[in-house]
Design a protein around this ligand. Structure first.
Ligand SMILES: [Zn+2]
Length: 485
């Protein structure tokens, strides 16, 4: 019969994942196995000969860890799995059932096209049929989505749904390989559809040109085997996590920050969810969103490919998925770290005392700083046109740039005082409370946070945030005759 060892144990079995062993019970098979690998025996059993607590034994998918089950007869083609408890509580199951895989057939063209998988022992015909039967939703057709959608389409995933509300802009082309010059201003999902059609005509591709909201999250994702989170903002991330928890769909999550990427599998078979790791998003303004942050251009390809690889593993049921783990990949120094993510009993979504009973919206808006706390005094916004007029008229006004140094290097805003948010309270004496003070950042979120910070520090002068930030202002400010630079 076959014995499989989980990757963490493999080092003790000559790095082999499958071992052929003679035996007709769990007892006789394990005895034969450990006679052959005495080093492994020291790991698996204590001095009294008892199986150590952290290892579970499965035979043909059934838990046979208890010693009294070891003498039950097993057939020749049985498979025993040795699973350290740290990897999760159950043997690894494909997200696509065998019945569904059996119901699809591969035609001659597909047999030729998918040769790479068909000749790969781990996948073969059985696995490729599962890939064809699989229904995968990808949220985000941007940077990560580009790598994921291309890879899944090429692999032969039968049904792919892409969800994105954005249109293609020139600055996307550096990281988003689904889109090209002729796609500028087109919806990203339309461009994604064309790219997928160019890879294969037989994929059922659904293009959803809308944002994920609390109202639509469940209906958008329900019925899919797997969701790939390729979003770039906290709101979408928490909506996807919560909706998938309620629908029982595993999520392959991907995220990027500058030169670092993260991948993890959440909500698989009762495993940890994203909120077990981060119960709630950071306060608004503290962390720039991905759309405010640059990334090194090959990073989304690398991280998206790892996500797609996890998806294929989950669909076929092979390898060791990143369940209850997060891979952190620093591509600048080529360092990877594998973090254990324990399911949290206190998780507000999947823990014992759940406080989240449905996919909720208002919380996310608050969390993400998209909505101002109504109990707080509102922050005055200044329209870009108004600011332009005041500068042109020579009105006395103070403009404070709270962006990071690397952001200021891209585009310098004229006539500004530079004070990082962290120093505002301490340096408020540099501001003249008799003058109106306007705070500027890239999108207008961090500047609103700056106003609040200053207010809390007791500043008495009139403060504004520049509406929409420099992104909304650049055309107005920089198209003026003569410019201000
Ligand atoms: Zn959780």
């Amino acid at each position: 019969m076959k014995i499989r060892a989980s990757a963490t144990l493999r080092a003790f079995f000559g790095r082999r994942d499958v071992l052929e062993i003679d035996g007709d019970t769990v007892e006789s098979a394990l005895t034969a196995l450990f006679d052959e690998y005495p080093e492994a025996k020291k790991v698996a059993f204590d001095d009294e000969g008892n199986l150590r607590d952290f290892i579970r034994v499965y035979a043909n998918g059934e838990d046979k860890t208890a010693r009294d089950q070891w003498s039950a007869p097993l057939s020749d083609d049985s498979e025993i799995l040795l699973l350290p408890s740290i990897s999760g509580g159950a043997p690894f199951e494909s997200v696509v059932s065998n019945e569904r895989a059996k119901a699809v057939a591969l035609d001659d063209a597909e047999i030729e096209r998918f040769t790479n998988h068909l000749t790969l022992r781990e996948i073969s015909v059985r696995g490729q049929k599962k890939i064809k039967a699989a229904r995968v939703a990808v949220v985000g057709a941007g940077a990560l989505g580009s790598a994921v959608i291309r890879s899944l389409a090429a692999a032969g995933v039968g049904t792919i749904k892409a969800i994105d509300f954005d249109s293609v802009e020139p600055r996307n082309l550096q990281t988003q390989t689904l889109h090209g010059l002729r796609d500028i201003n087109r919806p990203k999902v339309a461009s994604a559809r064309d790219s997928v059609r160019n890879i294969s005509k037989s994929i059922a591709f659904e293009a959803e040109n809308s944002a994920v909201t609390a109202d639509n999250a469940i209906s958008l994702l329900k019925g899919f085997d797997l969701v790939l989170d390729c979003s770039d903002n906290y709101k979408a991330r928490y909506l996807i996590n919560d909706a998938c928890f309620f629908c029982g769909i595993p999520v392959v999550f991907g995220a990027m920050f500058q030169c670092e990427g993260r991948v993890g599998v959440f909500n698989y078979n009762g495993g940890a969810c994203y909120r077990c790791l981060f119960p709630s998003p950071p306060p608004p303004g503290l962390v720039p969103t991905c759309s405010e942050n640059g990334v090194i251009s090959p990073l989304p390809g690398i991280i998206g490919s790892i996500q797609a690889n996890e998806a294929i593993k989950l669909i076929v049921g092979i390898g060791e998925p990143l369940v209850d783990k997060t891979l952190v990949f620093d591509v600048l120094n080529l360092r990877t770290t594998l973090l254990e993510v324990a399911k949290d009993d206190k998780c507000p979504l999947c823990g014992r005392n759940r406080t989240i009973a449905t996919v909720e919206d208002f919380d996310y808006d608050d969390f993400c700083g998209l909505k101002v706390d109504e109990t707080e005094e509102p922050i005055d916004e200044m329209e870009p046109e108004e600011l332009a007029k005041r500068i042109e008229n020579g009105d006395p006004i103070t403009i404070v740039d709270v962006r990071e140094p690397h952001e200021r290097a891209i585009l310098r805003f004229p006539k500004t005082v530079v004070i990082p948010i962290g120093q505002l309270a301490r340096r408020q004496k540099e501001l003249d409370p008799k003058l109106d003070t306007v705070f500027v950042c890239k999108e207008g979120k961090r500047s609103a946070f700056a106003v609040r910070t200053l207010r809390e520090a007791g500043y008495a002068g009139r403060t504004y945030t520049l509406k929409g930030g420099i992104d909304a202002t650049r055309d107005i400010i920089f198209s003026r005759e003569g410019g201000w630079l």
